[in-house]
Design a protein around this ligand. Structure first.
Ligand code: SF4
Length: 118
């Protein structure tokens, strides 16, 4: 693991119990830090993490605590989790790995269809 953002993501999984998926977002909220961080703040925007990489990272989560996705906890930009092309596969994998761990999904919800909400 030689990239700084990979180290930060590893920490967000293992320390903050965050299921980081992507730095891509479908919105452009005026209050969002993504575009308005001071220029001296170094932030990382790696795009979608690959599903195989996410599968590895999920092993570092603590199933005894709630897991959250879609919330920034580091200098890696956290985007809209529903933008990830493998979102539902990832959620199914997470649930098969941790059947009873609460999963909190922070989302604008604009990409959800009615049948997907179920
Ligand atoms: S990450 Fe959240 S706050 Fe930022 S643009 Fe997307 S929806 Fe808005």
């Amino acid at each position: 693991m030689d990239k700084k953002w990979e180290q930060l993501i590893m920490e967000s999984y293992s320390r903050d119990n965050t299921l980081h998926l992507t730095s891509v977002c479908s919105q452009k909220c005026v209050f969002c830090s993504h575009r308005f961080n001071p220029p001296e703040i170094e932030v990382f925007s790696p795009g979608h993490l690959s599903f195989p990489f996410i599968k590895e990272l999920i092993e570092f989560l603590d199933p005894g605590r709630p897991v959250r996705t879609g919330e920034s906890v580091s200098r890696v930009i956290e985007g809209e989790p529903l933008c990830h092309p493998n979102f539902f596969e990832i959620i199914e994998f997470f649930r098969s790995r941790y059947p009873s761990t609460p999963l909190e999904i922070v989302t604008g919800g604009d990409l959800l269809e009615k049948d997907e909400i179920k």
